[in-house]
Design a protein around this ligand. Structure first.
Ligand code: AMP
Length: 514
């Protein structure tokens, strides 16, 4: 027997087995009316109501619905209601500016755009066949409780979500993740993390980011509780861990740093650290320093787990979690073991090519880039997905990521395409040459930095040029530092020698990523 694997499986089980359990505690203080706490019966009912609403709006199977939203119970439910009825959800990064959102809405061909009320003004000019502000308005139009949805013949190979990610091209690419990709990622991730019905999962990871790495599906299937948080703040995270008995969070190293800073203040006041002895935190996006890993254990009393992956891999491909062999090590030795990206997750084969590029083969790898078959063929060839990350695989099969083959900067866990930033800077008439590189930064991992040559006689300064990029790019992509130069290192054929430009900033660093 072969039964199609779809995202509906996750919520259907929760509804069947744990109908009366609190499914989600929405952010209480937010511009849209909060959903408060709803149980799994109600969450599943609302997901079906979204499907019925889309029927009424005439949005057909395979058509796209875009949603720009901070973390919310509504986005969580839409991941089931939209994808689960055969439509494709396009969750968009809420930090993007109007021009960037416009590109994604147009490129994905979305027929409906749902916008967070906080972003309504900023995104007012983004056009779509139909736009709704998320909240009472969208609930009323989108959720139809009086009719049953028409139903969709489940197809595990259908695209469930398209997640746009910045990469090596000037524009973000739309990663098509199928129901099968999401299902296998979530069940594998949930198994590796031992997710159970006792888990309380705080959404510190943006839900748009690869659908919260798929953890939100795994938690749902087990009837775990979701707690939504809209803005990342170390103290607030600790407060909610305490208030809701949170057991599990995911995030970029910047989230962990924020928690460590806040916890240090609590400790200085002689107060206990919430979640000590019970919490586990899954970190990815960049390799966290060994010291940070050690502090997670010694100062927070939380379990540290590292994973590695990309939006294109749904994302889990390697995992590094404490194992029996590490039990008798000192916290420092254990942190050293946990600083590698990890061993292949169940069902994944990892390899490294002759040039040192890390490759992966797995059922979690995307179907392709939306409407970019050439880019898909370049990324998936010879049976492997080429990650663009440089590294090695140790004798014990653990992967170490040490540099990046692709021209991507990772700041605060989000990808920034150097080319995209260079394009924006170039639009200033005084700029004649530009190279954008990442430089190591303690807080954000890497800082977007521009090296710029200006036209003779120009008096362009750093602040003016940064301000110029603000209208074109999301804040996290804008350069934080600009250095003016007389010339930029180039090869004989005129190609920028980025490794040379990076050298003075990375001198002495163990790895070429941070
Ligand atoms: P994204 O598609 O936005 O999730 O970004 C994926 C990229 O983040 C990867 O290609 C890596 O460059 C980086 N990354 C993710 N996890 C790790 C990790 N554990 N260590 C080093 N880099 C990572």
């Amino acid at each position: 027997m072969k039964v199609a694997l779809t995202v509906t499986d996750f919520i259907r089980r929760a509804e069947l087995v744990y109908p009366d359990r609190v499914a989600v505690v929405d952010e209480p203080d937010q511009p849209a009316e909060s959903w408060g706490s709803i149980d799994y019966r109600e969450m599943a009912r609302r997901a079906r109501a979204i499907a019925a609403g889309l029927d009424e709006l005439g949005i057909g199977v395979g058509e796209r619905v875009a949603m720009v939203s901070h973390n919310s119970a509504r986005l969580l439910t839409a991941l089931f209601g939209v994808s689960g009825s055969g439509r494709v959800l396009v969750p968009i990064n809420f930090r993007l500016v109007a021009a960037e959102v416009k590109y994604i809405v147009e490129h994905s061909g979305a027929r409906l755009l749902l916008v967070d009320p906080e972003l309504a003004d900023a995104l007012a000019d983004v056009e779509c066949e139909r736009t709704m502000i998320i909240g009472a308005e969208s609930d009323a139009v989108l959720m139809k409780f009086d009719t049953e949805p028409v139903g969709w013949e489940p197809d595990e190979d259908a695209t469930a979500t398209i997640n746009y990610t910045s990469g090596t091209t000037a524009r973000p690419k739309g990663v098509q993740l199928t129901h099968r990709n999401l299902w296998i990622n979530a069940t594998t991730f949930g198994w590796h993390m031992g997710v159970s019905d006792r888990d309380v999962y705080l959404h510190t990871l943006p839900q748009f980011h690869c659908n919260g790495w798929g953890m939100l599906y795994a938690v749902s299937a087990m009837g775990g509780r979701h707690v939504i948080i809209r803005k990342i703040d170390g103290h607030e995270i600790l407060r909610r861990v305490e208030e809701h008995g949170v057991t599990l969070i995911c995030g970029a190293p910047a989230v962990l740093n924020a928690v460590l800073d806040a916890a240090a203040e609590l400790a200085a006041d002689g107060r206990p650290i919430p979640g000590s002895g019970t919490m586990r935190i899954v970190v990815a996006g960049a390799p966290p320093p060994t010291k940070t890993i050690e502090r997670t254990e010694t100062e927070l009393g939380w379990e540290f787990v590292q994973i590695y992956g990309l939006t294109e891999t749904a994302p889990l491909i390697t995992i590094n979690r404490n194992r029996v062999e590490y039990d008798d090590l000192t916290p420092h030795e254990r942190a050293q073991k946990l600083s590698r990206a990890g061993a292949p997750s169940f069902g994944t084969t990892m390899a490294v090519d002759a040039e040192g590029e890390i490759m992966a083969r797995s059922n979690t790898i995307m179907a392709g880039y939306w409407e970019q078959p050439d880019q898909t063929d370049a990324a998936i060839r010879d049976g492997f997905f080429h990650t663009g990350d440089g590294g090695t695989i140790d004798d014990d099969h653990y992967v170490v990521i040490s540099d990046r083959k692709k021209d991507v900067i990772i700041s605060g866990g989000e990808n920034v395409s150097s080319i995209e930033v260079e394009d924006a800077i170039f639009q200033h008439p005084d700029v004649t040459e530009v190279a954008v590189i990442g430089i190591p930064d303690e807080k954000w991992g890497e800082l977007v930095t521009a090296l710029v040559v200006t036209a003779p006689g120009s008096d362009l300064d750093e602040a003016t040029l940064i301000a110029h990029t603000r209208g074109l790019l999301a804040g996290y992509k804008c350069p934080k530092k600009i250095e003016f130069r007389d010339e930029l290192a180039r090869t004989a054929t005129g190609k920028l020698q980025k490794f040379k430009l990076r050298e003075p900033f990375w001198h002495g660093a163990e790895k070429q990523i941070n």
